[in-house]
Design a protein around this ligand. Structure first.
Ligand code: GLU
Length: 398
């Protein structure tokens, strides 16, 4: 036996959103005044009542193992939230609480994929979907979209992509990186194709609270019983409650799938952090004013971002309807020269922006769109304007 390594592991790319954020934070710590449009991470502190629940949990000795798939108290809270906010009936035994949304997705794909099964992923996509699918032994299959259709797929797109190996389709609304939201009739069209093809729908609803201009969030599983049976609904507390570091994600699914995910998790990680679970109960059951305040602030930031970015030369973007990202087409920028060098790639563009203008942006090559960048506006309006001034200066210098 030679000292070879796992081919599966070697095929996985490290997360560039996390790498860019780490780099920006490192530069900041070393004294550089970086504006971070990198990772989608709210700049707010976790609300006080949630922090207090965690402190109480520590003081009361709630620091031991809990059931592997989460405490009953938290599952009850998630179940009540699914009913209240998503119009979905998931009983506590249909819920699995994990170490963040990413972990929930890993559990889902581990539970449903057999080697070689295909998972349809609409592009652009959050960069971790294909990597997680591959790690679970699956094969990502992409459906490419464009700005004219709001980067959304239709039922017919799914029908065309389905083969006898298709196991699931991923649906992410509100969307990372485009900020687009699927309308009820679009979800109905997609649900019909999913049911007809008899595949699973992995509905990642991480940004469900962040919908703007009065738009409602609709969970695809709530449309009818046939799509409910085939959907695994996934969400988490990171974005809505400013709890990225606490790592709490959860799923609602059939009891059968929940049991599989619970078993997998019982060997992989045991329970999610007991203290974070207590904090999550308070987040879901406690007052929601802080969430509403953050959402209102994100909407104003969205307005500021779009207002300025849509007027800049060489770039094109759609007005985001939710989440906190602006997806920007920079094809024209890549044809230009900067200091005598053709810019060529968004990776190079992001490097120039970081090194010469102290602005962190995400090149979207890993999101399936090499000629786009993503800007997260989960930062203050003052920071947004400072960062956009710098991007404008860069565009004037090419
Ligand atoms: N999901 C966030 C993002 O897309 C956080 C970083 C990550 O997990 O990719 O920026």
């Amino acid at each position: 036996m030679s000292l070879t390594l796992s081919e599966k592991a070697k095929a996985v790319k490290p997360s560039s959103t996390l790498a860019i954020t780490a780099k920006a934070k490192e530069l900041k710590a070393s004294g550089v005044d970086v504006v971070g449009f990198g990772a989608g991470e709210p700049d707010y502190n976790t609300p006080e009542n949630i922090n207090q629940a965690a402190i109480d949990a520590i003081n009361e000795g709630f620091t031991k193992y809990t059931p592997a798939s989460g405490t009953n108290e938290l599952k009850e809270a998630v179940s009540a939230k699914f009913k209240r906010f998503n119009n979905l009936d998931y009983k506590p035994e249909q819920i699995v609480v994990s170490n963040g949304g990413k972990h929930s997705l890993k559990n889902i794909f581990d539970a449903i994929i057999n080697p070689g099964d295909e998972v349809i992923i609409p592009a652009p996509f959050w960069l971790s979907y294909p990597e997680i699918v591959k790690l679970s032994g699956g094969v990502p299959v992409f459906i490419y979209t464009n700005r004219d259709c709001g980067y959304k797929i239709t039922g017919d797109d799914i029908r065309k992509a389905v083969t006898d190996k298709t196991k699931a389709v991923v649906l992410n609304s509100p969307n990372n990186p485009t900020g687009m939201i699927y309308l009820r009739e679009e979800l109905e069209d997609i649900a019909a194709a999913v049911v007809e093809s008899d595949i699973y729908c992995v509905a990642d609803e991480m940004y469900e609270y962040l919908t703007y201009d009065g738009r409602e969030h609709i969970s695809i599983a709530s449309l009818n019983n046939e799509i409910y049976k085939r959907t695994i609904t996934c969400s988490g507390l990171s974005k809505s409650y400013a709890m990225t570091g606490w790592r709490i994600g959860y799923t609602g699914s059939s009891v059968e799938i929940a049991k599989l995910m619970g078993s997998i998790q019982s060997h992989a990680t045991s329970n999610p952090n007991s203290i974070a679970q207590k904090a999550a109960v308070e987040a879901l059951n406690g007052p929601q004013e802080a969430v509403m305040k953050m959402k209102a602030a994100f909407e104003k930031r969205r307005d500021a971002m779009y207002e300025r970015m849509s007027k800049m030369k060489y770039v094109k973007t759609l007005k985001p309807e939710g989440a906190f990202y602006l997806f920007v087409d920079v094809k024209e920028v890549l044809d230009k020269e900067y200091k005598g060098e053709k810019i060529e790639t968004t990776t190079r563009m992001a490097q120039i922006l970081l090194e010469d203008y102290a602005v962190a942006v995400v090149p979207c090559v890993d999101f399936g769109y090499p000629d786009h960048i993503r800007l997260s506006y989960a930062i203050s309006r003052a920071q947004i304007h400072k960062g956009l001034d710098r991007i404008e200066e860069f565009l004037n210098n090419i």
